[in-house]
Ligand binder design. Structure first.
Ligand SMILES: NC(=O)c1ccc[n+]([C@@H]2O[C@H](COP(=O)([O-])OP(=O)(O)OC[C@H]3O[C@@H](n4cnc5c(N)ncnc54)[C@H](O)[C@@H]3O)[C@@H](O)[C@H]2O)c1
Ligand SMILES: O=C(O)C[C@H](O)C(=O)O
Length: 312
């Protein structure tokens, strides 16, 4: 299996590293626009192989997409990260052009690839990649839900003093402050979380999750990469190993949840064909209202993309 990761920065290099040391692919090609940068990162990861004992070959290139030919999966992480004081949506003017041109190059050399978008604003960059690639919606998806759910699970594990492995949760909606964690679908070793924590504490955790990206931007001056890179690698693994994992993933909705044409995170089954099924939960009135509010927020930024010149 061959995987390309575009953008050899914090998230891209972390993703490539996880793909290599967990031997999720035979070959990982890292691409960056900065001369020598991807080559250096790929060489560094390859030189770790005798220490961490893996065979995955990592190769770096500067903008040479011929080297990415026939990739099974492509992860797009190229683009600016936000700085303190910015929202993810503020990145649209720079990142839309980057994601469009990268997608064009990727598709030229790997027309059958499955594309996982990571660049922000996530839901709208998934839209941009989908439009450019002209692939079926099941093959162009965005990574955010695994990360947001992981944050929610980690905060709960800390509060309850239990293993994060035993916390299962679903989270839906856009990758922004309107994301919708779903306590009704959150369990701890099979026990509904609401039986283990009072509602004030749970509300505080839901709130912290919604602002989880911003919390890290404030601390570090740039955005997160360990959890995001690992989350993208987990999606690649589900695809290349045909695992049929159930994850929240951003996809263009076509009638599910009564929503048409908006790119939103929903639970899906992920396997060798990409998104093999969208799972429709029976949301209650309050949950549906939150999902619709999230849809409205994503729609507004999709409209911004629609009104941008094609080559910006
Ligand atoms: N979806 C998520 O949950 C999530 C999580 C974390 C970060 N992100 C987003 O991922 C993106 C990358 O974040 P990062 O921290 O890795 O940033 P970074 O600055 O460390 O890396 C980005 C890399 O992209 C490269 N790049 C820029 N234009 C390019 C092009 N045209 N072709 C190839 N490479 C190009 C840059 O040279 C840089 O090395 C940001 O947009 C960030 O907001 C999303
Ligand atoms: O917060 C960001 O800007 C990056 C990413 O979307 C995250 O949630 O960590």
């Amino acid at each position: 299996m061959k995987v390309t990761v575009v953008g050899a920065g914090n998230v891209g290099a972390t993703c490539a590293d996880v793909l290599a040391y967990r031997e999720i692919a035979n070959e990982v090609v890292l691409v960056d626009i900065k001369e020598g940068f991807a080559e250096g990162k790929a060489l560094d990861i390859w030189q770790k192989s005798p220490i961490n004992l893996y065979d995955t070959r990592t190769v770096g290139v500067t903008n040479d997409y011929s080297r990415t030919a026939n990739s099974d999966v492509v992860v797009i992480t190229s683009g600016l990260p936000r700085k303190p004081g910015m929202t993810r949506d503020d990145l649209i003017s720079t990142n839309a052009g980057i994601v469009r041109s990268v997608t064009e190059n990727v598709i030229k050399h790997s027309p059958e690839a499955i594309i996982i978008v990571v660049s922000n604003p996530l839901d709208v960059m998934t839209y941009a990649a989908h439009l450019t690639s002209k692939l079926p919606r099941t093959k162009v998806m965005g990574m955010a839900g695994i990360l947001d759910t992981a944050r929610y699970r980690a905060f709960l594990a800390e509060e309850l003093n239990v293993s994060p492995k035993d916390i299962q949760a679903v989270l839906m909606g856009g990758h922004g402050d309107t994301m919708v964690p779903l306590p009704r679908y959150t369990t701890v070793g099979g026990i509904p979380v609401t039986e283990l924590i009072d509602s004030a504490k749970l509300d505080a955790i839901v709130d912290r999750t919604k602002n989880g990206g911003g919390e890290l931007v404030k601390l570090m001056g740039t955005s997160a990469w360990y959890a995001p890179g690992s989350a993208a690698a987990q999606m690649v693994e589900a695809i290349v190993r045909d695992q049929k994992r159930v994850f929240p993933v951003c996809i263009k909705l076509e009638g599910e949840y009564g929503i048409n044409g908006t790119y939103l995170g929903v639970p899906v089954v992920l396997g060798k064909n990409g998104i093999e099924k969208v799972i429709e939960l029976q949301l209650n009135e309050d949950e549906m209202a939150l999902l619709k509010a999230s849809e409205k927020a994503v729609r507004e930024v999709m409209d911004v993309l629609d009104n941008m010149p094609a080559n910006s």
